[in-house]
Design a protein around this ligand. Structure first.
Ligand SMILES: [Zn+2]
Length: 331
């Protein structure tokens, strides 16, 4: 996941500079799926993703992120180099995105939260619960640790069947959960489950890949994995020790699963911390991705690689974006 709206003010002047100096793109995706209500705006439909990959193959030079990083280090960046990345490791990356990537022979890197393998992410569970709960939301109080969630319906809307009040309620809960470390977050989710009266769906519709599915994802070598912490916390809110624990455990779990070194990291919600950068270097990561939008070029900070998050648009609109970012001549 990432926080919406994160963008550098300098993006466009930097794009202009890249036109002169040469630059490459890292594209960011989360899900290739069609869902009824994409509240976090993380889905690209299979049709649009296919159109985007077809255009990428036709108009650019798709390479893996590890090769792109190598090229940046050696200052030998091929023109129109573009790397594809996915954050979070949703199951649709295997069942929907992978066949499309194979069809157009486009490598990709998928950043995994090892504590969520095979499970539903808390933000998806929250949505599912809030959407289907019939529980009374008036004056809800959830005491968690030293803090508590307090909800009083907005003035003039005592009924939660008011869609705007319902949206505000979900957002308030989301931001409350986002502010918590993992233990308190689990505790809060337990309270929300009890309050809601909504039962578990068994296998949830939206979930992260299991260990077996991750092995299938990487079996032909087109897709590589990177780490994305164990539980997707907001790193800036954690102590140094907790940041270290979250980063190190995800690297260790993935290395144990694959039997090979994990070189890449993606900051949850794109949030870089001063502490995390030297930690990543010490742990043997060679690069890390943020959610800031910019082109990358020789000299870019390899521990703050910038990406362009992709929208659910067709191949034609996608090419316009590529053209703008890379100053390519598209006929
Ligand atoms: Zn994420």
């Amino acid at each position: 996941m990432r926080l919406p709206g994160a963008k550098t003010a300098k993006t466009f002047s930097r794009v202009l500079r890249a036109r002169i100096l040469g630059g490459a793109l890292i594209l960011g995706y989360h899900r290739v799926s069609t869902v009824e209500n994409d509240v976090y705006q993380v889905c690209v439909s299979p049709e649009n993703f296919s159109g985007q990959m077809q255009a990428l193959r036709a108009y650019a030079y798709p390479i893996s992120l590890s090769k792109l990083v190598q090229s940046l280090k050696q200052n030998i960046l091929a023109p129109k180099s573009v790397a594809v990345t996915f954050d979070d490791g949703y199951a649709d990356n295997l069942y929907v995105a992978k066949p499309i990537l194979e069809k157009f022979d486009i490598p990709a890197t998928v950043f995994i939260c090892s504590g969520y393998m095979g499970r539903e992410f808390w933000w998806d569970e929250l949505d599912r619960i809030v959407l289907s709960s019939q529980a009374d939301t008036r004056a809800l109080r959830l005491p968690v640790g030293r803090t508590q969630f307090k909800w009083d319906p907005p003035r003039g809307s005592s009924e939660m069947d008011n869609p705007e009040a319902h949206r505000q309620f979900r957002e308030a809960l989301y931001h409350f959960l986002l502010s918590l470390d993992v233990e308190d977050q689990n505790h809060a989710m337990g309270l929300i489950r009890t309050w809601s009266g909504v039962s578990s769906p068994g296998i949830p519709a939206s979930r992260a890949m299991s260990e077996e599915e991750l092995l299938q994802l990487v079996d032909d070598g087109l897709i590589e994995l990177g780490a994305h912490t164990s539980h997707h916390p907001m790193l800036p809110q954690l102590s140094f020790a907790r940041q270290k624990e979250e980063i190190q455990s995800s690297k260790r779990d993935l290395e144990t699963l694959l039997g090979k070194k994990i070189a890449g990291f993606s900051y949850p919600n794109g949030q870089v911390t001063v502490a995390a950068k030297p930690l990543l270097r010490e742990m043997g990561f060679t690069y890390a991705c943020t959610s800031l939008q910019d082109v990358v070029r020789p000299g870019s900070d390899l521990y703050e690689l910038t990406r362009f998050w992709q929208q659910d648009v067709d191949g034609e609109r996608f090419v316009k974006g590529l053209n703008r970012w890379l100053s390519m001549k598209v006929h």
